[in-house]
Design a protein around this ligand. Sequence first.
Ligand SMILES: [Zn+2]
Length: 257
Amino acid sequence: MLIDTHCHLDFPPLVDHLEQYLTAASTAGVRRWIVPGVHPGAWELIARLCEQFEGLCPAFGIHPRHAAEGSDRHLIVLEQLALQGVAIGETGLDRHCGNLPLQEDLFRRQIRIAVSCQLPLLIHCRDMIGRTLEILHDEQAGQVGGLMHAYSGSVESAREFIKLGFAISLGETLMRRNAVRPLRLARELPLSWLVMETDAPDAGPHAERSARNRPEMLPGIAGELAGIREKAVGEVVLETGKTALRVIPKLETYPCR
Ligand SMILES: [Zn+2]
């Protein structure tokens, strides 16, 4: 099954023409989307969209960029809301988002919620690989695992995350001509630990702003991965889909109304 493990369908311009974007993606074969929360103000909209549109699965969390918005009150709300989602996130550490002690505190508190609710984690990690690994170990995040969204670290570090039960999520960076590191990840990591994402409408840390990322681009990423692995696209879709369902088990049963 073609699953987009990270897609901000609550962000403009996607949210303004959601039906149109989802139809295009469905036509291209995408069946499930994880819609990660980035700050408390977005949680209600995400919950509503995921009730309204089939195949959308919510996750609630606070992105390191919004660490300042993570008050005690919001963490209590997150605790109450957590089980309505398929995962906790996105959360993590980002060297380029300032106030690292605050980011770390919020990251740890979200991991604790994930562990107490037995929900996997969607991790955002930019240039903070070592510290992220340390904290995941420290907080025993291996009990729940999850995925490393838009992973940009080395193959060696990726293997450490995998040991902890975190799948490696690859996206549009695979489609860039000069993508040396993503190519290595795609080639060398076990396919049983890879998942795919568009991260739409964001286009990753180094993308050209002009190339607007859309949910229907997922099959292109699958095609790229298949080419690198010298496998049929169908096989890559099947394997990465199985991996996504294994690390985020509620993807299979959501919505459980
Ligand atoms: Zn994101």
